[in-house]
Design a protein around this ligand. Structure first.
Ligand code: PEP
Ligand code: MG
Length: 578
């Protein structure tokens, strides 16, 4: 038995058999071809390239309706790479002039091209190097006559197939719709492969480093996509344990699905709004199907990342409109760009990069960046205001700390509105403007922000980071990152109370909203709007249906009087009975 650790993409637990995909350019057969056979060898390469071109076209025209929006664009990138003059044409020269066999000639050109991309500093261009390798793998598979691994094999008793690879191209993943799970050596949580795995909702782990070498075809495997663990050849006790967990997971999923249309309210009849956090426009419709009544946080910075030029007003408008239409009448809360800190822009245009900072989490991030780049900000505001003509939109401002940031933002919103009214010759619909409370200074002065704005949304991920002085991305101090620290709870509770007093809605959109341990606590504090990753919605709804908001209010006010973490923990344990 061997345990490997990587980055979990989610999707729960699966126990299944390995299908190892040969996706590396190593082990390519290399031999000399006699002069008389070189034309035939070149024709063999041309046929393989043509087959791959047809495969990519067929994939493009048969994309499933629920395929992620990026899929089509990725297929186009791969088709362009396939036609790159430095690949097949140069490989043909190597066959005809030097007598290399087709695999050798093509793999050498691909390695050369991929290496050129890998030298770039720009992460977007480096990523294209991986695309070159993936396209080359496809051609080499055709040349060697082995589409084998991609054809799902029948295994007795419907055992899930877990695909293991050094890397899997997004195009190949689309062919693996019936996969039971993925274990991949490369990639981080934001890689294209990870994004597709997440949208397929199967257990997946990326960044495993050596799984492609350590796993053999047909090995029994366990994947825990939530904790990022891959177990190879588990012993019987471990296998049984995970089989049991997998069965429980499936059963729970089925039971939870019944709650999709059940109104979200506590036992004593207090309605609780359940909203979704999304990163891409297409996720709005998906989260609606998963039971969200709206989008509580659209992290728009993902539209600005992994690309060379910032998206313009029209492109952003299309994206926001897609989310609004996807929600079909439910509110969509669009947060203005939260770039900076761990979310970098990768573009060519250094003029629009956030200013370099020795401590980026405290530097020119979020609203600070937008106010320093008013033209970029106005473009985004105009796109959001235009999208609001298609359904209820709310505008959310990240990382406020100062009153003048609110003044400046409201002035720029008014300016964007005037620019549009002049250009389109019609008034734009009103859009509520809210602020994220994620800096302790904002939480401590929450009554001010509640008076000035239409709603507040508590970003507990950053509020914990800034209150406890713990970098949320630093493993070395992650054990000290504690959302239940009494200081954090005081700030969350004060913010909710400030909203109640001002008659303004308050939501929590940080990870705490999707944490079952926090549901009763937040309801007891008076929270009535939760926004979270759609996969957590129904589990949280089930908990809401079991709580009594009135009883929780009394117990939580006692808990909040404690400044001793041990007493807070004891109070939290007692909430389970309320
Ligand atoms: C937060 O900080 O809690 C939040 C929701 O914003 P993000 O995670 O995008 O920083
Ligand atoms: Mg934040």
């Amino acid at each position: 038995m061997l345990t490997l650790h990587g980055t979990g993409i989610g999707g729960g637990v699966v126990v299944g058999r390995a299908v190892v995909l040969e996706t590396r350019l190593i082990d390519v057969p290399r031999y000399r071809v006699e002069f008389a056979q070189r034309a035939g060898e070149a024709a063999r390469l041309a046929r393989a390239v043509a087959t791959v071109r047809t495969e990519l076209e067929t994939l493009g025209t048969h994309l499933p309706a629920d395929a992620p929006v990026e899929a089509q664009a990725l297929l186009q990138v791969h088709a362009m790479i396939l036609d790159d003059p430095s690949l097949a044409p140069q490989a043909t020269v190597a066959i005809e002039s030097h007598g290399q066999n087709a695999e050798w000639a093509f793999a050498s050109q691909a390695e050369h091209l991929a290496a050129q991309f890998e030298q770039f500093d720009d992460p977007y261009l480096r990523e294209r190097g991986r695309d070159v390798t993936q396209v080359a793998d496809r051609v080499l598979r055709v040349l060697s006559g082995s589409g084998r691994a991609l054809r799902a094999r029948a295994l007795p008793g419907d055992v899930p197939l877990i695909f293991v690879a050094h890397d899997i191209s997004p195009a190949d993943m689309l062919q693996l719709k019936h996969a039971g799970g993925f274990a991949i050596d490369l990639g981080g949580t934001a890689s294209h492969t990870a994004i597709l795995a997440r949208s397929m909702n199967v257990p997946a782990v990326v960044g495993l480093d050596r799984a492609g070498q350590m796993v053999r075809d047909d090995d029994w495997l366990v994947i825990d996509g939530d904790t990022g663990v891959l177990i190879v050849a588990p012993d019987t006790a471990v296998l049984e344990e995970y089989r049991h967990r997998m069965a429980l997971g499936l059963l729970e999923r089925k039971q939870l699905e019944r709650l999709v249309h059940v109104p979200s309210a506590t036992l004593d009849g207090v309605p609780i709004e359940l909203l979704a956090n999304i990163e891409l426009p297409a996720e709005a419709a998906q989260s609606r199907d998963a039971g969200a009544s709206g989008v509580g946080l659209f992290r728009t910075e993902f539209l600005f990342m992994n690309r060379r030029e910032l998206p313009g007003e029209d492109e952003q408008y299309e994206a926001y409109r897609e989310a609004v239409l996807g929600m079909a009448g439910g509110p969509v809360t669009i947060r203005t760009i939260d770039i900076g800190a761990d979310k970098a822009l990768d573009g060519d245009d250094d003029a629009h990069e956030p200013a370099a900072s020795p401590n980026p989490a405290l530097g020119q991030r979020a609203i600070r960046y937008s106010l320093a780049e008013p033209d970029v900000f106005l473009e985004q505001l105009r796109a959001i205001l235009r999208a609001a003509e298609h359904g209820p939109v709310r505008l959310l401002i990240p990382m406020l700390a100062h009153g003048h940031e609110v003044d400046q933002t409201l002035r720029l919103i008014a300016q964007a509105r005037e620019q549009l009214a002049d250009r389109l010759r019609r008034p734009m619909p009103p859009v509520p403007v809210g602020g994220m409370i994620e800096v302790p200074a904002a939480a401590l002065t929450a009554p001010f922000f509640a008076r000035r704005l239409d709603f507040l949304s508590i970003g507990t991920n950053d509020l914990v980071q800034y209150t406890l002085a713990i970098d949320r991305a630093d493993h070395a101090v992650s054990s000290l990152y504690d959302p239940f620290h009494p200081a954090v709870l005081q700030l969350v509770s004060q913010t909710i109370r400030a909203g109640e007093r001002a008659g303004k809605p308050v939501s929590v959109c940080g990870e705490m909203a999707g944490d079952l341990e926090a549901t009763r606590l937040l309801i007891g504090m008076g929270l009535r709007v939760f926004s979270m990753h759609p996969a957590s919605l129904l589990r949280i709804k089930r908990e809401i249906l079991r709580c009594d908001a009135g009883r929780l209010r009394t117990r939580v006010s006692r808990l909040l009087a404690a400044d001793d973490p041990a007493r807070v923990q004891a109070g939290l344990d007692r909430l389970r009975e309320a």
